[in-house]
Design a protein. Structure first.
Length: 394
């Protein structure tokens, strides 16, 4: 069986790049096709992969500026030799062209939100002079994006929230498989008496401003790990009990999560890895009752929700969480269902089911076209199915 992985770009390490790592461990040796690759800006694990780039890799521009050319770049990839193509996509990677008898599974982190539901916000962030051109480009991108989504044989959404977007904008069903979280990086500390903790990029939709206002109101200490464009604005809002710690290593994040009284998650995420990491360290999560947190946090057992995005509602939830006893072992046990082994098992199950359906559909298509039976193709297909089954048993 010949397998190829496809991803938008590899320039920084985020949640989608961690999915690529997990898929490369499930299918070792599979080449990874990306528009651009920045060696040295990612963990050494990526240096061991067979990474193949498009012509855009030679262009000295940020990948955001190259977005209009990405449909062309991914459609030019020659994937005819592969029986199984897996795209890890939040933009254009799902638009690759594959053989008619190959299976294309797309693990969708989200459809392009700046082209769909966040178009107005994206337009407002641009200078007025370029907005008409941008509106026309986004219109063309939506047309291509919908057409590209119809090429995918089977969609996997990383959460129920994303599955809803796939259904709404692509008119396609999807399986739900939560992304893998490196829960083994975290451990329960003997004591958890340090300040509550936020781990986040400092960008608007993360709602760190609400967390700062809530803890200013409570007069309780709050540590914030992360950096971003809103640092200066947020630091002006912070009272004397709020401390910005900047960027931290994975080891430092794990240590601080384990000793924090609670981890605060005030924004809406499609999935949200931070709550799962906090629970893997045995700590409760205080989260907005929305988005991916609804699929990971169990109220009263692994965390506490607040219903409105206001600082006062968050402050009330923090008081409730800090006054409750928590079972760290039970919290961590809940987080283990999101580890990489669970992701691998789920992915293999979906791939096996998808290939069986695709194989039956291909046979019907060939029968309807009155073509001669292609024994070699069917033998290869049976071999692929057997290999996928064996991975599910490993």
């Amino acid at each position: 069986m010949k397998v190829a992985l496809v991803h938008e770009w590899l320039t920084t390490l985020g949640g989608s790049e961690r999915v690529v790592l997990a898929l490369s461990r499930l299918f070792p040796g599979a080449p990874v096709y990306v528009s651009r690759f920045r060696r040295g800006q990612l963990p050494v694990d990526f240096d061991r992969m067979d990474i193949r780039t498009t012509f855009l890799d030679r262009w000295p521009l940020p990948h955001q500026a190259l977005l209009p050319l990405m449909p062309l770049a991914f459609e030019q990839l020659d994937l005819r030799e592969f029986d199984l193509v897996i795209s890890s996509s939040h933009a254009c990677a799902k638009g690759v062209l594959t053989r008619p008898d190959a299976l294309h599974i797309s693990y969708c982190h989200t459809p392009m939100r700046y082209a769909w539901d966040l178009q107005a916000e994206y337009q407002q962030s641009l200078p007025a002079v370029v907005r008409p051109l941008s509106a026309w480009m986004l219109h063309r991108m939506r047309l291509w994006d919908f057409a590209a989504a119809q090429r995918v044989d089977r969609f996997i959404a990383n959460s129920a929230t994303v599955a809803g977007r796939i259904a709404r904008w692509y008119r396609r069903p999807s399986d739900i498989l939560h992304p893998p979280v490196d829960v083994e990086r975290f451990a329960i500390a003997p004591a958890a008496e340090d300040p509550c903790l936020v781990v986040s990029r400092l960008v608007p939709y993360k709602r760190i401003d609400a967390a700062i206002a809530a803890f200013n109101h409570l007069g309780l200490p709050l540590d914030i790990i992360g950096d971003g464009p809103l640092y200066r604005q947020l630091s002006r809002l912070a009272g004397p009990t709020i401390h910005f710690l900047g960027h931290a290593s994975d080891a430092e994040v794990a240590r601080r999560m384990a000793t924090a009284r609670a981890v605060i998650f005030p924004g809406i995420e499609d999935f949200g890895i931070v709550p799962v990491e906090a629970m893997a360290a045995g700590r409760p999560v205080v989260a907005l009752r929305a988005g991916g947190a609804l699929e990971t946090v169990v109220e009263g057992q692994t965390g506490w929700f607040f219903d409105k995005g206001s600082p006062l509602a968050l402050a009330s939830a923090v008081r409730e969480a800090l006054d409750r006893p928590w079972d760290s072992e039970a919290i961590r046990a809940h987080a283990l269902q999101f580890d990489e082994k669970a992701f691998h098992r789920g992915f293999v199950r979906i791939a096996r089911d998808g290939f069986q359906m695709h194989q039956a559909s291909e046979r019907q298509r060939r029968a309807a076209a009155a073509q001669e039976p292609l024994a070699d193709r069917e033998t290869a297909a049976d071999s692929l199915l057997a290999e996928i089954r064996s991975r599910g048993q490993g």
